[in-house]
Design a protein around this ligand. Structure first.
Ligand SMILES: [Mg+2]
Length: 216
């Protein structure tokens, strides 16, 4: 029998803002926003740290709106080269656990740890070890979604690991129906707003509804 794959999606919390906070300790307890063109109030929020998000600041909102919600926020301009360098540093950490690492975006990376378990332990132990190393070496909190394929790993991360206390969540064939099926169909990896609209019009509102919908 073929061994079930174990795929991780490792996501950095508020990546640009976290890099800035990690490198500037005086920002630690302050709400931080990284924004394009901070000189113009029409700039867009590229990242907000959790303290700023608590005040209602959302990614991709206008800077002036963000500053209305959180006037005390420290606004920084992005240092893209630095974020790319840190992202590559994180890739190098992940590559110590497996040679199957696939950056998905600047702050999210897939990895296949199917063959790494003899050396490094059970999936959740590996996830914890990765979180600890990223925190120790780059000062950033990473969340890990785990699943038998990339789609489930990504869904596990976005919908569960990010909301979990320990930042780790595993979707399996066993808990898929109870945990994932009740989610709105727009939470499905690959379903964007247009597809969601089409599916909703077909009467499909949840991932479970999509799963049981007759194929033809
Ligand atoms: Mg992220």
């Amino acid at each position: 029998m073929m061994k079930e794959k174990v795929i991780f999606l490792v996501d950095m919390q508020s990546f640009y803002a976290s890099v800035e906070k990690a490198e500037n300790p005086h920002l630690k307890n302050q709400p931080v926003i990284v924004s394009g063109d901070p000189e113009r109030r029409g700039g867009v929020v590229l990242a907000a740290c959790p303290l700023a998000k608590q005040k209602g600041v959302a990614n991709a909102s206008r800077l002036w709106e963000a500053q209305e919600k959180c006037p005390e926020a420290i606004v920084l301009r992005p240092r893209m080269q630095r974020y790319i360098d840190v992202s590559l540093q994180i890739t190098a950490i992940l590559e110590e656990y497996t040679d199957l690492v696939e950056p998905y975006s600047i702050d999210e990376q897939f990895m296949d740890i199917t063959g790494s378990q003899k050396l490094f332990g059970a999936p959740e132990e590996i996830a914890k070890s990765i979180q600890d190393r990223i925190m120790r070496e780059v000062g950033i909190y990473a969340r890990v979604g785990i699943g038998p394929n990339k789609a489930l790993a990504k869904i596990a991360c976005d919908n569960f690991a990010k909301k979990n206390k320990n930042g780790i969540f595993t979707l399996t064939k066993e808990n898929m129906k109870t945990e994932m099926w009740p989610l709105p169909v727009g939470s499905m990896f690959g379903v964007g707003s247009r597809m969601k609209h089409h599916l909703n019009r077909m009467g499909i509102s949840t991932i479970g509804g999509l799963a049981v919908f007759p194929l033809d």
